[in-house]
Design a protein around this ligand. Structure first.
Ligand code: ADP
Length: 230
């Protein structure tokens, strides 16, 4: 962990768009506080240390609030899409990060998962990207300060809580934000959708149409009814 710190710090330094010590005035960050025009940099730093951190990712038109939404997305469900929409109301840009070194033995290959997400997401403020390695390193590379995760039920909580605290330990500047989906999606998971599809059930109410098609095809291939694309 200690060996990681310098790596994350180096990546984070790469975030700085403005010269160190120079501050954009007049912006409001997540705190809603406005930097005073006549304050010296050190005064601003001591009073608004959090705003200073946001100033490290000042974009030409102000502070870019960028979040990462990581997951396996094997495949994307309407629950994931609900979380993405909610995240878009809080952040300027949401990067949906598809874990490609997933130990869960996913049904869909990384490229398939990326393509299904890209087809399902219409919002131009959302980018879908593959993610290898540690989430905190990916977040630092992408100049993001927040990680979004979905919380469906208490059963999600223990794992999510552990992961959020571990990520904070690895990089104290990362905040994890939990979003709850619409009630009707709280029982929905990629795993359950795959189980229904495997048994020939209709999953069209739970996933975007191309995903429902892809699932049907995947299981027909697995059962040997359709020749796989080579
Ligand atoms: P992971 O393998 O990292 O759990 P998933 O693709 O299963 O990845 O989920 C990614 C994130 O989306 C997790 O935070 C998970 O809790 C959340 N999530 C999954 N399904 C839903 C849903 N139906 N509603 C809200 N959040 C969800």
């Amino acid at each position: 962990m200690t060996r990681l710190r310098p790596v994350v710090a180096r990546l984070r330094r790469g975030r700085r768009r403005t010269k160190p010590g120079s501050y954009q005035t007049g912006f409001t960050g997540l705190t809603g506080l406005k930097a005073q025009k006549k304050s010296s940099p050190s005064e601003i730093l001591s009073v608004f240390s959090r705003v200073e951190r946001q100033a490290q990712c000042v974009e030409p038109f102000g502070v870019m609030r960028r979040a990462i939404y990581p997951g396996s997305f094997d495949p994307v469900t309407n629950g994931h899409l609900d979380v993405i929409e909610r995240a878009c109301t809080l952040f300027d840009q949401v990067i949906v990060a598809v874990a490609i070194n997933d130990q869960k033995q996913p049904l869909f290959a990384p490229d398939e998962r990326l393509a299904m997400l890209r087809r399902a997401i219409r919002n131009s403020n959302v980018r879908v990207a593959p993610m290898e390695g540690l989430l905190v390193e990916f977040a630092a590379l992408e100049k993001a300060h927040a990680v979004v995760r979905g919380l469906r039920a208490i059963s999600d909580f223990e794992f999510e809580f552990q992961m959020a605290l571990m990520n904070r330990k690895l990089d104290p500047e990362i905040e994890t934000i939990f979003l709850m989906p619409k009630e009707e999606y709280t029982y929905l998971s990629s795993r359950i959708v795959k189980e229904i599809a495997k048994l020939g059930g209709d999953v069209s109410a739970f996933v975007p149409p191309p995903v429902a098609k892809a699932l049907a095809k995947k299981f027909r291939i697995k059962l040997g009814e359709v020749a796989p694309i080579t």
